[in-house]
Design a protein around this ligand. Structure first.
Ligand code: FE2
Ligand code: FE2
Length: 483
């Protein structure tokens, strides 16, 4: 790919930041680019770099420009640097600088904090690509394979977005951080990714759908709060990333939904009413509902950990500085400074789960997590409506927030999915009812047989209701040329 250096990056990298007249940043990105392509080839979708994938590419941020569909080889995808339009007269929406003009340059006093936020966000983007790199080989359809690759290239673009900010606004240490984003690897012993959930494996497609539903949604909430940053370039970057993130949520929600749909239909056709008749359900080549619930339990609890401790002085500092707001900060009706406000915080103490009012400023993480829980519950309603429609009696539930947690007040607690506090022994003895066992994982794995014929779907998943870009059912979303 070295021949790409010297090519006009203004045309190679779709951008609305006037890269062509910003020689310094252009040079920095030119230098970073070969390492990125190497990373993509080594750590991106394994085996499909030569395939033609029907992808949408963002070439501008207006509604007509950001979803251009065409066949493209992934290493030739045009990863762009795109920021949402600058809002006129935008003000810092929270904290001690509330109401002052938003910063167009990094405020010196908050430089380190801002850089850290950009790096943490940036680190998650390539991590998920790494976690998902082997899934193409077991795609249940070309439609699903294409969606996986779409998510992957967009996470790659999100990395570009953060790297642009690092190069543009953080000088030499920004450049070093940008290099490190390609050095760390998901699951690595020596240089793992920064956050726990991003070092877990994504071994099968149900895990992928659960990940995009639950863990990408953490990303969405983090982006929402960074979109409220008083540092305007970060806000604009995140606002545009959110438009892409919506598709990732869609892939997760419909992926789980289609899995559930297929299971219920197969049960009905076979005359099985009891969702817990697991052997008979599995014999149909579908994933039983209790196992789907267990997968939801694990991905949800891991994702809750990403919000950090309920009470956090770092979160308070970032909010007070005006560099990270709350979910939909500008729509909240309060003083946006939280000098006297309180917020109810869940707490585990002396074996009891209680709620207490804490200074709202310190409870920013708790609040964002509450917003997440609300946001995440919407899909479950729709999944349960699907189940109900088929006549099967089962309900997928979000487990209690204290279940299976490793960060925050519930770390080390033994809480059941229903929210009962039990002894360590009881919890361990019932673990297999609540979290996927090795046998569950092996069974799911046994279903992961590739289906690469256009319009065909694996036994365990229903076809989508509508195609991508309104394409018909038999559309060939990926033209496979094995590397
Ligand atoms: Fe992302
Ligand atoms: Fe995402």
């Amino acid at each position: 790919m070295n021949d790409l250096i010297g090519v006009s990056y203004d045309t190679l990298i779709p951008n609305n930041v006037d890269l062509s007249s910003d020689r310094r940043v252009l040079k920095a990105l030119e230098k970073w680019h070969p390492g990125y392509i190497n990373w993509w080839n080594d750590m991106g979708p394994s085996g499909f770099q030569e395939s033609l994938v029907y992808l949408r590419t963002a070439v501008s941020v207006d509604p007509k420009g950001w979803a251009k569909f065409d066949y493209v080889k992934m290493p030739e995808y045009r990863w762009g640097v795109l920021l949402a339009p600058q809002a006129e007269d935008r003000k810092i929406p929270c904290g001690e600088h509330y109401g002052e003009a938003a910063w167009q340059e990094v405020p010196g006093e908050y430089r380190a904090m801002l850089r850290r936020l950009v790096v943490i966000q940036g680190d998650t983007e390539p991590a998920s690509v790494e976690q998902q790199r082997h899934l193409g080989k077991t795609a249940p359809s070309l439609y699903d394979m294409r969606n996986l690759f779409q998510v992957n290239v967009e996470e790659g673009r999100h990395l570009w977005a953060m790297v642009y900010l690092l190069h543009k606004y953080f000088g030499a240490d920004g450049r070093d951080e940008a290099d490190d984003l390609l050095r760390r690897t998901s699951g690595s012993e020596e240089a793992p990714r920064m956050l726990g959930a991003f070092n877990e494996a994504t071994p099968d497609w149900l895990s992928f759908f659960m990940f995009t539903y639950f863990t990408d949604r953490d990303g969405k909430l983090q982006l929402e709060s960074l979109a409220q940053s008083g540092f305007d370039p970060l806000s604009r970057t995140c606002r545009f990333m959110l438009t892409e993130e919506a598709h990732h949520m869609f892939v997760g929600e419909t992926g789980v939904g289609r899995t559930i749909q297929r299971t219920c239909e197969a049960m009905k056709a076979a005359g099985i009413d009891d969702p817990y008749d697991i052997d008979r359900v599995r014999a149909l080549g579908v994933i039983d509902l209790p196992t789907i619930q267990k997968k939801a339990n694990v991905h949800y609890s891991l994702s809750l950990d990403l919000f950090g401790s309920e009470i956090s002085s770092n979160a308070a500092t970032a909010f007070n500085a005006g560099i990270k707001g709350r979910f939909q900060e500008v729509r909240i009706d309060d003083d946006h400074q939280l000098t006297t406000a309180t917020y109810p915080v869940i707490e585990f103490e002396n074996g009891k789960i209680t709620t207490r009012e804490a200074p709202a400023l310190t409870a920013i993480n708790m609040r964002l997590r509450d917003d997440y829980v609300r946001d995440a519950s919407g899909g479950l309603k729709r999944w349960n409506a699907l189940i109900k429609k088929t006549g099967v009696e089962f309900e997928v539930k979000l487990p209690h927030q204290g279940f299976n947690r490793e960060i925050g007040t519930f770390a080390g607690a033994h809480v059941t999915p229903d929210g009962d506090v039990v002894s360590a022994d009881v919890w361990q003895s019932r673990r297999a009812e609540w979290l996927p066992t090795k046998a569950d994982g092996d069974f799911i794995q046994s279903l992961m047989k590739p289906v690469w014929e256009a319009g065909q779907y694996a036994s365990w998943i229903a076809p989508p209701r509508i195609g991508i870009d309104n394409k018909p059912g038999e559309f060939e979303y990926v033209q496979i040329h094995m590397a």
